[in-house]
Design a protein around this ligand. Sequence first.
Ligand SMILES: *Cc1c(COP(=O)(O)O)cnc(C)c1O
Length: 367
Amino acid sequence: MNRISVAQPKLQGNERKYVLDCLDTNWISSNGKYIGAFEEAFAAFCGTKHAVAANNGTTALHLALVALDLQPGDEVIIPTVTYIATANAVKYCGATPVLVDVCADTMNIDPAEIERHITPRTRGIIPVHLYGHAADMTPIMELARKHKLWVLEDAAEAHGAEVQGQRVGGIGDCATFSFFGNKIVTTGEGGMVTTNSDELAARLRLYRGQGVDPKRRYWFPVIGYNYRMTNIQAAIGLAQMETIDASLAERQALARMYDEALAPLQDLLVTPTTRPGMHHVYWMYTVFLRSGGEQEREAVMQTLEANGIESRPVFYPMHVLPPYLEDGKYPVADEWAQRGMNLPTHQFLTREDVDRVVAVLAKALGR
Ligand SMILES: *Cc1c(COP(=O)(O)O)cnc(C)c1O
């Protein structure tokens, strides 16, 4: 019986050809034609004026925060349910991530909870588009305007997700993406910052490349970083962008197969919701037990594993992790994160695979 993995990249377009081109032409470092081409293709995909490539999604987040001039002592509002890189990037700047509870249906930051966490030190909000469903950007942008805060979208998990017909990446002041091996678009390791601001784009490029003056070699007006992407990474990324429409369509089709196959288990499991006006891109098809807790979820995941099916738990909320530990002020995250799991979500899964996953799930749930 084949093992079904939770994620798997698909590299069946021009990835190999473009990587070989890098090797054959000796352009393997962070100069070369694929970087600009990938940035342009990605900006066009997001509908933004600029895209600035970085070497991973975490450095993209840090770079964006540096470009936004985040300073020690500042505060940034983030959801408690996210991948830890969101919180860590704020810490890298000496600033404080202020955690906010999430909505039960999407696990995204709850806009109704944001305002009471705003203080005179708050500089911005980082909504995370978790598992492929965009955060509730309309009220978030209204709040940000009202309080003069910037918004950085952490879109690491949501390439192509939409809010009222607009793709993520250009809704906030800037957005960051990840191209890790398990993300919707991959370059192995890689990241991107998108923005419509010329000024922000110039700062992103300055700080990405050690802070070197673009017009004067070895002249460094600021302390920058080496967060550059290589031509090899960008070569893979450009090929990935050539097949992105098909990739997204395959993920939609997979989600519909899961929806259908899981319909008889609706009394036991909550399947993904898509809010009105949103377009979900299903980075991870995520289900929640209607009752029980972490133990019950672990038992289900062990049964899946014993049957050759990999799954993953929903992220632990930041407020239960040692670096960000706080006492229970996050009832939705506390109740739901421990009941959630990501089912295998990638482009090689067949109807038979989906049926097998659902049959084992049904057995694990006592059906
Ligand atoms: C993957 C991810 C990141 C970090 O990206 P890396 O490329 O792994 O550094 C940041 N935020 C979220 C929400 C992610 O899922």
